[in-house]
Design a protein around this ligand. Sequence first.
Ligand code: ZN
Length: 242
Amino acid sequence: MSRTAIISDIHANQPALEAVLRDIEHLQCNQIACLGDIVGYNANPSECLEIIKSLNCPIIKGNHDEEAASDSNPKGMNPIAYQALMWTRQQLSEEQKEWLRRLRMVRNVPPFTIVHATLDQPALWHYIVNKFDATSNFNFQFTNMCFHGHTHVPKIFIFEQGSAQEYLATDFCPDPAQKYFINVGSVGQPRDNDWRAAYAVYDSDTNAVYFRRVEYDLQEAQKRIIDAGLPVALAERLAKGV
Ligand code: ZN
């Protein structure tokens, strides 16, 4: 039996991460893959990094992991994200930053590939919002499935007759003759108007992909944001799922 949980965009939300890991255990997944953005926005970057590290699973780098591990001034960031980034840099040890710097951009986790943003130019962190954005990814996708995150919105793109089509994130059985680019959503800061933590499961025995939503202690996550002195807006958006 092989059941892989694919988690992304944890964003330092420890209560959400712990609830998702309990759900993964309950489903008896025997493998986990992490698509990056472990840190950023929320109140437990150091704790979440240590939890993810201890899973000993395939992990790739997200844009927030890169920014948090860097000393350079970020470009084009809004004031709230900037404040959270500066705070996050202070929370992480030099060793933790070095660990983040060493994460790779793309990994092959047979039978699929994982990337944070997109396979065509992974280091440029393009947002794949619609089918037009997704088309160029498929020129660089050589596996039946590639899982990604970054937009925090679960979604499925399928390459059909030379271009990408967009579908709702509903459970499905991938056709081995097709190519699928699957957004698993976000554990720690969902943005599809549903506050519950999101992730996906691939079951190789039944060849099925499942999208999961998990309730977690939202009030606790919000309290930690306020107590840390992070912007209140970051606590408010968690409740709205935006
Ligand atoms: Zn993210």
